[in-house]
Design a protein around this ligand. Structure first.
Ligand code: ADP
Ligand code: MG
Length: 691
C-alpha cells in the first residue's frame, strides 16, 4: 500500500512548487523563525492557495478557528464572485486570506462583549498549514474580539510560544549558543477514546446529548481481567483504525501508535510529536476525523472523559519538550545528565515552574467530565507533582549538596535467554501514576481530559517556564563560571521546589497525606480550579509574559464557569427526561406484568411470597424514582434562579451533582430488577462488549 502522506495539505512542498522563491523564503521565515509576516505576501499566497484548492476539488474556503468550546468552528465561503461586467469568476484575495469577520457575540466571550463590540476577527495563522477536506480548504486562524482580546485557544498559545522562544534564546546565548535562531515547544498528544456500536448509541439519549452515560448498572465484567490493554484489536475496530490512519495521514497528521486501552471498548491513538501549535491543531482535527470515520463504520466515537461508570475514563497525555530550530532538545538528559549543565538548567526551570504554577496546570485540566476521573484510581490525583525517577533526582540532590554525581554506564537487562538480544535498561522506570512525569527527553502531563483542547495546558507550561527562565537569566548574566552558577541554581531548586518531586505511587492514600504535609495544592473540582485563573499571582504571570491581560483572565474564567454550568444543566435535563419518559414508565409496566403473574398464581391457589416481595421492592424503587424526578426538577429550577455564575457552579457542584448521583443509584437498581427486554435502552454490556 502506498501512503499519500499530506496529499491534502498546502504544505512546504506544495507552496514551494507554486510560490516564487522570494515569497516562499519570506513565508518560511515567518513559519519557522516566527518573523513578522510581510503583508504584501498575502496576495501571492492566496492566489496560489486558491489554484491548489481548486485542483483538489475545493469550491469553498473557511477560516478554521477554535473558540472556547473545545471544538472548532468556521464559516464556509465559496470562491465565487461576479466581475463588474457580470462574469462569474473564482476569486480569493489576500485580504480574504488574512482576515475574516465572524460574529463574536455568538461564541463564548466571558463578558468581553458587554464592554466592547460584538464584531470579531479571525487572523490567518501562517505557522499552521491549510488543508483540504470535503470540498473546502481549511485555513487555520486565530480568533479575537474587535479590540484584539483572545477569544480562542490558539491566540494565547501563539503568544506563549513567542514568549518562550524569545526568553529561551536569551538564555542560550548566555550559555554560548550562537547558532539557534528560534525555540519552540514540541508536543505529542496521546488521545484516548471509546468506540461503541452506533445503533446502540442512537438508542441512548445520554450518550447522544451528553456524550456519556447518566445511568447504567455495573456489568458482570468490566476491566478486572486486564485483558483489553494492548490486546488483539477486533476486526471491526481494526478497520476503523486503518481508515482513520489513512484519513489523518492525508491531512498531514502523523498518526503513529494505536492500541487498545485498559477499559473494554477503549482505545488510544498517538501521533509523532510536532511543534505545539500544529500539534494542537492536529489534535482538534484528529478528534473531528475520529467522530466522522466512526460514524461511517457504524460506530460512535466517545471522547468524553468519563462515559462509563465502573471502568476507566479517557485522558489526553501532553508530551512536551523545548527544542531549537537547529534540532537541540533542551530537555534531553543525554548519557551523562550530571555534567550536562544546559539540561540541568532547563530541568530546574521546569521543576520551579511546575511547583509555582501547579494550580494553573491543574486548572488547565479542569472540566466537568474530568471531575469524575481525576483522583479516582485510574487517573492521577488532583495534586500536581513531578516524577523524575530516583536516579535523576539523586543526581540533583548530589549536586545540591556539593557531592560529585555518579557517572553512569549503560545497564543491560538480564533476561536469561541467550538467543534474545541484550536490552539496555532506561535510567528510570515509568511511573504511570504521576501527573507530570519526566521520560528522558520530555515531560508528560497526564491530567488533561480526552475531550479538552490541549492548548491551555501548553500555554501554562510555556508561560511558567518563560518566567522562571527570566529569573535564571538574571542569575547567569555577567557571571564568569556558568557551570558553578547552574549548580547553585540546582541547589536552590532542590531546596525550594523539591517538594513537588514525588517518585512513588501517586494513587496511594499515603501520597495524598504526604502532599498535604508538603503544602501542595489539591484542587478537587472544576469550580475551585477555575478560580485560580484570577489569583493575583497568575494574572501577573500572564501579564508579564504578554499572554493574557487581566480582562482576558477574567473572561476565560467566566467562559469556563458558564460552560461548566451549561454542561451540568444539560446533563440534569437529560437525566430528567430519561427518568420520566423512559425509566419510570418501563418500571411501572414491568410491575404490572409481575403483579399480573402474582394474581394469576393466586387464582390457582399458589401464594408466592417471594414474588410479592419483589413487587414491593420494585414499587419502592419506583416511588423513589418518581419523587426523585420531582426533586431533580425542583433543583434544576432552583439552579436557574441563581444569578452569579460562580454561585451557580457552586450550587451545581455541592448540591445538584451529588443529587444526580444518588438518583442514579435507584435507577441502576431498577435496571437489575427488570427483565432485560423491558429496559428501555442498551445496557453497559451491550455498549462495552458488542462492537
Ligand atoms: P507512551 O504511551 O509510552 O507514553 P506513546 O508512543 O503512546 O508513548 O506516546 C508518546 C508521545 O510522545 C508520542 O506522541 C511521541 O511522538 C511524543 N514524543 C516523543 N518524543 C517527544 C519529544 N521530545 N517532545 C515531545 N513529544 C515527544
Ligand atoms: Mg501511549
Amino acid at each position: 500500500m502506498t501512503v499519500n502522506f499530506a496529499c491534502q495539505v498546502f504544505d512546504d512542498a506544495a507552496m514551494k512548487q507554486r510560490l516564487s522563491p522570494s515569497v516562499f523564503e519570506s513565508l518560511q521565515n515567518t513559519q519557522k523563525l516566527g518573523n513578522p509576516l510581510d503583508p504584501s505576501l498575502a496576495e501571492a499566497v492566496a492566489s496560489a492557495m486558491k489554484d491548489w484548492a481548486i485542483e483538489m476539488g475545493a469550491t469553498h474556503y473557511t477560516h478554521w478557528f477554535q473558540p472556547m468550546t473545545n471544538i472548532t468552528a468556521g464559516k464556509h465561503e465559496a470562491f465565487l464572485n461576479r466581475t463588474s461586467s457580470g462574469e462569474v469568476i473564482m476569486e480569493f484575495s489576500g485580504k480574504a486570506l488574512i482576515r475574516g469577520e465572524p460574529d463574536a457575540s455568538s461564541f463564548p466571550t466571558g463578558g468581553l462583549r458587554a464592554t466592547f463590540e460584538a464584531r470579531g476577527y479571525t487572523a490567518w495563522d501562517p505557522t499552521s498549514p491549510a488543508f483540504f477536506s470535503d470540498g473546502t480548504i481549511y485555513i487555520p486562524t486565530a480568533f479575537c474580539s474587535y479590540n484584539g482580546e483572545a477569544l480562542d485557544a490558539k491566540t494565547p498559545l501563539l503568544r506563549s510560544i513567542q514568549a518562550l522562544s524569545e526568553q529561551t534564546l536569551r538564555i542560550l546565548r548566555l550559555l554560548g549558543n550562537t547558532t539557534s535562531k528560534s525555540v519552540v515547544s514540541m508536543v505529542g498528544l496521546e488521545q484516548e477514546y471509546f468506540l461503541v456500536d452506533r445503533e446502540k448509541y442512537e438508542q441512548r439519549l445520554d450518550l447522544k446529548i451528553c456524550g456519556r452515560t447518566l445511568f447504567g448498572s455495573k456489568p458482570p465484567k468490566g476491566q478486572e481481567l486486564d485483558d483489553h490493554y494492548c490486546g488483539r484489536i477486533r476486526l471491526r475496530v481494526a478497520d476503523f483504525m486503518r481508515d482513520l490512519d489513512e484519513r489523518l495521514w492525508a491531512l498531514g497528521v502523523l498518526s503513529k501508535v494505536k492500541h487498545n486501552e485498559v477499559a473494554p471498548a477503549q482505545h488510544e491513538l498517538a501521533p509523532v510529536f510536532s511543534s505545539a501549535n500544529i500539534a494542537c491543531d492536529h489534535n482538534q482535527l484528529t478528534m473531528e476525523v475520529m467522530r466522522q470515520v466512526a460514524k461511517e463504520h457504524g460506530l460512535a466515537c466517545l471522547l468524553h472523559e468519563k462515559p462509563f461508570e465502573y471502568v476507566n475514563g479517557s485522558g489526553k497525555h501532553d508530551n512536551w519538550s523545548i527544542n531549537t530550530d537547529d534540532g537541540l532538545n533542551l530537555l534531553k538528559a543525554g548519557k551523562n545528565p550530571a555534567e550536562n549543565h544546559q539540561f540541568l538548567l532547563f530541568l530546574c526551570a521546569v521543576i520551579t515552574a511546575v511547583d509555582r504554577y501547579a494550580d494553573l496546570l491543574r486548572a488547565s485540566a479542569a472540566c466537568r467530565g474530568n471531575d469524575d476521573r481525576l483522583g479516582m484510581h485510574e487517573a492521577p490525583p488532583a495534586i500536581i507533582s513531578i516524577n523524575l525517577g530516583n536516579h535523576l533526582y539523586s543526581i540533583l540532590k548530589n549536586i545540591a549538596s556539593g557531592r560529585r554525581a555518579v557517572t553512569d554506564k549503560a545497564h543491560y537487562l538480564a533476561i536469561g535467554v541467550d538467543a534474545l538480544p541484550s536490552l539496555t535498561q532506561d535510567d528510570s522506570d515509568r511511573n504511570r501514576t504521576s501527573p507530570f512525569a519526566f521520560t528522558g527527553n520530555r515531560f508528560e502531563f497526564r491530567m488533561l481530559g480526552s475531550s479538552q483542547s490541549p492548548a491551555f495546558s501548553n500555554v501554562v507550561l510555556n508561560a511558567a517556564v518563560t518566567e522562571v527562565l527570566g529569573e535564571f537569566e538574571e542569575m547567569l548574566t555577567g557571571v564568569e563560571d556558568i557551570p558553578d552558577t547552574i549548580r547553585s541554581i540546582v541547589a536552590k531548586t532542590v531546596a525550594e521546589h523539591g517538594r513537588v518531586i514525588f517518585n512513588g505511587n501517586n494513587y496511594s492514600d499515603e501520597w495524598r497525606e504526604e502532599a498535604r504535609k508538603r503544602g501542595l495544592p489539591e484542587i478537587n473540582n472544576t469550580v475551585d480550579a477555575i478560580d485560580v485563573l484570577i489569583s493575583p499571582k497568575n494574572i501577573e504571570l500572564f501579564a508579564k509574559t504578554n499572554i493574557f491581560t487581566e480582562d482576558e483572565c477574567y473572561s476565560r474564567r467566566e467562559i469556563l464557569l458558564e460552560n461548566y454550568a451549561k454542561v451540568v444543566f444539560i446533563e440534569a435535563n437529560t437525566m430528567y427526561e430519561m427518568l420520566t419518559r423512559q425509566i419510570i414508565p418501563a418500571v411501572t409496566k414491568y410491575i404490572g406484568t409481575v403483579a399480573h403473574s402474582y394474581n394469576e398464581l393466586a387464582r390457582v391457589g399458589i401464594e408466592n411470597a417471594e414474588l410479592k416481595s419483589m413487587i414491593a421492592e420494585l414499587s419502592e424503587c419506583e416511588s423513589k424514582l418518581i419523587s426523585g424526578g420531582r426533586e431533580l426538577d425542583k433543583l434544576i429550577a432552583e439552579g436557574h434562579t441563581i444569578e452569579n455564575s460562580r454561585e451557580v457552579c457552586r450550587f451545581l457542584t455541592d448540591t445538584l451533582n451529588p443529587y444526580m448521583r444518588s438518583l442514579r443509584a435507584y435507577a441502576d437498581r431498577a435496571e437489575t430488577l427488570l427483565d432485560s427486554a423491558s429496559w428501555p435502552f442498551p445496557n453497559y454490556t451491550d455498549l462495552l462488549f458488542r462492537v
